[in-house]
Design a protein around this ligand. Structure first.
Ligand code: FES
Length: 192
C-alpha cells in the first residue's frame, strides 16, 4: 500500500503527462475493464501468457485475436499493445502490413485472391477483375449485407497450385475467372 505522500506524487505525475498520453491511459483502463467481462479476452490472455508476453510473439497473438474476434479493432490492438508492452504504432504497423489481418468486420463469406508472383503470372488479376465486377467490391471491402468480403494476399505459400484462391478458409487450386465467379454466384444466390 502506498502512503498518502507517494500516492499524491503519482497522481500529480499522471496529471502532468501530455493530454494525449492521459487520454490513452484512460482508454486502456476502459478497455481493461471491458476485457474483464469477456471470455475471449481471457483466452487471449492465456495465449499471451503461454508466450510469456514476449513482444516477438506479436504476430501469433494477433493471429489468435483475429481468430477469436473475427477482426482487429482499435480497442483490441490497444489491449495487445498494453499487455505485450509494445508501442500501439508497432501493433498497428504489423496488423496493417500483413494481408491476413483485417481491421474491419468480415462478411459471412471471405474470398482471398492471391496476387503473389506465381498466381499473378497465371491470371490472378483477371480473377480479381471478374470477382470485382460481379460483387462490385474492391479488395478489402465487404458487401453492404455483410455476406461477402473480398481480400487479396501476396502469397499463400501454395504457388504450385497457382492461381490459388481461398474461399472461406479453404484453398482452391488452379482457379479461373469462371470458377471464381461460379463460387461467388453460389454465395450470392443462396446467401449461405
Ligand atoms: S504466389 Fe500465390 S500462392 Fe504463392
Amino acid at each position: 500500500m502506498l502512503n498518502k505522500k507517494a500516492q499524491c506524487f503519482i497522481d500529480s505525475s499522471i496529471t502532468m503527462l501530455p493530454p494525449f498520453i492521459q487520454q490513452r491511459q484512460k482508454r486502456v483502463a476502459q478497455v481493461m475493464q471491458h476485457a474483464s467481462g469477456d471470455k475471449r479476452f481471457k483466452i487471449l490472455e492465456a495465449h499471451m501468457k503461454r508466450y510469456q508476453y514476449r513482444a516477438d510473439a506479436l504476430i501469433e497473438v494477433l493471429h489468435k485475436a483475429q481468430g477469436l474476434f473475427g477482426y482487429l479493432d482499435h480497442d483490441l490492438l490497444l489491449f495487445i499493445a498494453y499487455r505485450l508492452k509494445v508501442p500501439t504504432s508497432r501493433v498497428y504497423g504489423v496488423a496493417t502490413f500483413y494481408h491476413f489481418f483485417t481491421l474491419k468486420p468480415q462478411g459471412r463469406h471471405t474470398c482471398v485472391i492471391c496476387l503473389g508472383t506465381a498466381c499473378y503470372v497465371k491470371g490472378a488479376n483477371r480473377i480479381l477483375a471478374a470477382v470485382q465486377t460481379l460483387t462490385k467490391l474492391r479488395a478489402g471491402e465487404t458487401t453492404p449485407d455483410q455476406q461477402i468480403s473480398l481480400l487479396t494476399a501476396r502469397c499463400l505459400g501454395a504457388c504450385s497450385l497457382a492461381p490459388a484462391v481461398v474461399y472461406d478458409g479453404t484453398v482452391a487450386p488452379f482457379q479461373t475467372s469462371e470458377t471464381a465467379v461460379e463460387q461467388l454466384k453460389g454465395w450470392l444466390q443462396h446467401g449461405s
